[in-house]
Design a protein around this ligand. Structure first.
Ligand SMILES: [Cu+2]
Length: 503
């Protein structure tokens, strides 16, 4: 299937290279490239809540010189996503969808050897030769372990070792494919998994729900053909909106159910979708109690009637089932969805127990970055352009090309303001590699950064601008930043920054 537009697009970015050009603000340009014409009708009407939630397995490391050492293999596999669907061919780490969970400990390094045993000719297009890279999203790592799209792993058993020092706040990270120009398709096929970084000195005193009451929820949307296979057509709408599936999956299962006890549960939620933004809420009107975000725990828990989560954002929430009767069924809803995308999963209260835990009032001290120490305000204009007849998403007029000069050169240990201006009519969840940042201004209104917590991905809404306050520390070198709508990213809404040493 596909890539006529993508081929055109690659030619377009090759032709434009590093050229910069004027940016017309807020112009939705008509697309001129041909539609691929491939249509496959998607399965609809799958019965919700008929399959139990699956929990991805947690891998056990080999300890080599005090480093937790893992080997993962990217390979195809078969995965049953719904009772009434045939098994789906997926691409996964160790051949499972989603990949296995890695649990790491602060200040204890993890090394992962990734092997590429993916089948190559999966769509017959020119892009199949693009080499997969693996990015640990949210991680403070040196450039060679960051999964730069130039650092792909050869097909036919090629390997690369990634080293993660874990010298950062405890948080939920995730590892996923970062192939140049093909991240959307490959993440959709299953190349994603959770990586939980723990810090016992912070978390143990809080006595948060743990064990069988701490549950990862990776929310993704997919479309299925009648034979159970994923559908991914890069048609005009997909290039515009990003891929959106008709079915909501959690941990690889369409709208699963989870039997719970009358207790507090901690859910480590990741929006692992390509472009869909969910607005989470509980069907019985109970609040979601948010305790953490991308960069770890908030200062204090927040009781929310609903919570919006964009692609690649994480939220750590507690749900209180203690006052519910056995037999109660509570749906985790998506208030942004309709029909089959309006319900995510269901919690079935199955057993009465006595809960001894409570939710702490205070979680982790907030460390505010000093805004007055910022050395520069950089502006990044997000735009939709047509380059050589192909729809392209750009930053400051640049379509991503690793040959481009970096769009910013911050000096290590300095603080900067980055202002993202979005005149388009699409939200762009902007993500920076290497750093966690703070939200200080939205549309000219100063923000209380601690309310958002430490972020590595934040939505710049349509016709809006958001300012991030960022401290560049840890490592020098080149990293990417990009829109985490994966089709926007693939169609070039990505740039690089180079962290320079102190002169
Ligand atoms: Cu975008």
């Amino acid at each position: 299937m596909i890539p006529l537009p993508r081929r055109k697009f690659l030619r377009a970015i090759a032709a434009f290279g590093g050229a910069s050009f004027c940016l017309p603000r807020v112009r939705l340009l008509a697309q001129t490239h041909a539609h691929t014409g491939i249509t496959t009708s998607a399965v609809t009407g799958l019965a919700p809540f008929v399959d139990a939630l699956r929990i991805p397995p947690v891998l056990k490391p080999k300890i080599v010189n005090k480093v937790d050492t893992y080997s993962l293999t990217m390979q195809s596999g078969m995965s049953k996503c719904h009772r009434d669907l045939p098994a789906t061919e997926i691409w996964g780490y160790n051949g499972i969808f989603p990949g296995p969970t890695i649990v790491a400990t602060k200040n204890r390094a993890v090394s992962i050897k990734q092997t590429n045993n993916l089948p190559m000719a999966h769509d017959g297009g020119e892009m199949t030769h693009m080499l997969p890279a693996v990015h640990l999203h949210g991680a403070l790592v040196e450039p060679g372990s960051d999964g730069h799209p130039n650092d792909g792993i050869a097909f036919g058993g090629g390997t690369r070792d990634y080293l993660y020092p874990n010298q950062q706040r405890a948080c939920s990270l995730w590892y996923h494919d970062h192939t140049h120009g093909m991240t959307g398709e490959r993440v959709m096929k299953g190349l994603a998994g959770l990586y939980l970084l723990r810090d016992p000195s912070v978390e143990a005193p809080l006595k948060l729900p743990s064990g069988t009451r701490e549950i990862p929820l990776i929310i993704q949307d997919r479309s299925f053909a009648a034979n159970g296979q994923f559908i991914y057509n890069l048609d005009d709408a997909t290039l515009e909106m990003g891929f959106q599936g008709d079915n909501i999956l959690v941990n690889g299962v369409v709208q699963p159910f989870l039997a719970v006890e009358t207790a507090l549960y901690r859910f480590r939620i990741l929006n692992g979708s390509n472009s869909r933004i969910y607005k989470l809420a509980l069907s019985n009107g109970d609040p979601l109690i948010q305790i953490g975000t991308d960069g770890g725990l908030l200062q204090r828990p927040k009781e929310l009637a609903s919570l919006e989560i964009a692609p690649s954002e994480r939220c750590d929430i507690i749900i209180d089932f203690t006052k519910l009767p056995v037999g109660a069924k509570i749906v985790l809803e998506n208030l942004n969805g309709t029909d089959s995308t309006a319900q995510i999963m269901r919690f079935d209260v199955a057993k009465r127990v006595t809960e001894s835990k409570s939710i702490p009032e205070f979680l982790q001290p907030w460390e505010e970055l000093p805004e007055q120490k910022s050395v520069i305000l950089r502006q990044f204009n997000l735009a939709r352009q047509t380059l050589n007849g192909a729809l392209t998403w750009t930053i400051n007029g640049y379509a991503y090309n690793s040959a481009n000069p970096p769009l910013a050169k911050p000096v290590i240990e300095t603080i900067e303001h980055w202002n993202f201006v979005n005149p388009t009519n699409h939200p762009h969840p902007m993500h920076l590699h290497l750093v966690q940042f703070q939200i200080v201004n939205i549309n000219g209104v100063p923000q209380e950064a601690s309310e958002f917590g430490w972020k590595d991905t934040f939505v710049v809404p349509p016709a809006s601008e958001v300012t991030f306050l960022i401290k560049f520390s840890g490592y020098t070198g080149r990293y990417v930043f990009h829109c985490h709508n994966l089709e926007h990213e693939d169609f070039a809404m990505m740039g690089e920054f180079e962290v320079l040493p102190k002169s």
